[in-house]
Write a protein that binds this ligand. Structure first.
Ligand code: PRP
Ligand code: URA
Length: 209
């Protein structure tokens, strides 16, 4: 069974409150999503492997740790996932960035893939899929399908707000994919929106309607 981690760090929770607020405008919304993505990246990289090297300090030679060169890739689900990419890259600047384009059909709520471009060495990379919202889980499951079809072996899913339905759907379809979220909300409404949620993440990020 895939694990679910809720990042309840006070800074993440504080910023998320203003992200939810309907009076937060596009500029501030975008900045806050970027900041929360950075804070979440700090938590999600907690298990990165380290190796020991010798370092010359001004005083002596010391054994010290460095990252052991894991190959990583960030994959935003277009559009709204784009808002989280730069925030993650601030902490993992050497990561490659792939893109998966999906939108939810407004009637069926089923995801439709319209774009996919991943780094060439898919099998060797650890992937983090980013998207602010995990609602029915259809988009996340389809993005994971798309990565696995192209050879990805190691995938994490990171979002700001999840509905219980979406978490269950990933766990049902992809029990090897761990889920990292800032808040687990109550439910979905009749239109597949997360309650209380933050509204339409893509529209709020990009100022569309
Ligand atoms: C939103 C969101 C997720 C998806 C979540 O994207 O960014 O990708 O809905 O819903 P689900 O879990 O029910 O699939 P949307 O389809 O609105 O596209 P957009 O990012 O282009 O606005
Ligand atoms: N997509 C969004 O942008 N918001 C939701 O609440 C659900 C899906």
């Amino acid at each position: 069974m895939s694990k679910v981690f809720v990042f309840d760090h006070p800074l993440i929770q504080h910023k998320l409150t203003y992200i939810r607020d309907k009076n937060t405008g596009t500029k501030e919304f975008r900045e806050l999503v970027d900041e929360v993505a950075t804070l979440m990246a700090f938590e999600i990289t907690r298990d990165l492997p380290l190796e020991e090297i010798d370092v010359e300090t001004p005083v002596t030679t010391a054994k010290a740790k460095v990252l052991s060169g894991k190959k990583m890739a960030i994959v935003p689900i277009l559009r709204a996932g784009i808002g989280m990419v730069d925030g993650v890259l601030k902490l993992i600047p050497a990561a490659k960035v792939g893109h998966i384009g999906l939108y939810r059909d407004p009637v069926t709520l089923k995801p439709i893939e319209y774009y996919a471009k991943l780094p060439a060495d898919v099998e060797e990379r650890d992937f983090i899929i980013v998207d602010p919202m995990l609602a029915t889980g259809g988009s996340a499951v389809e993005a994971i399908n798309s990565l696995k079809k192209r050879g990805a072996k190691s995938i994490k899913f990171m979002c700001l707000i999840a509905a219980p339905e979406g978490v269950e759907e990933i766990q049902k379809q992809h029990n090897d994919v761990d889920i990292y979220i800032a808040a687990l909300d109550e439910k979905l409404d009749d239109h597949g929106y997360i309650v209380p949620g933050l509204g339409d993440a893509g529209d709020r990020l990009f100022g569309t309607k």
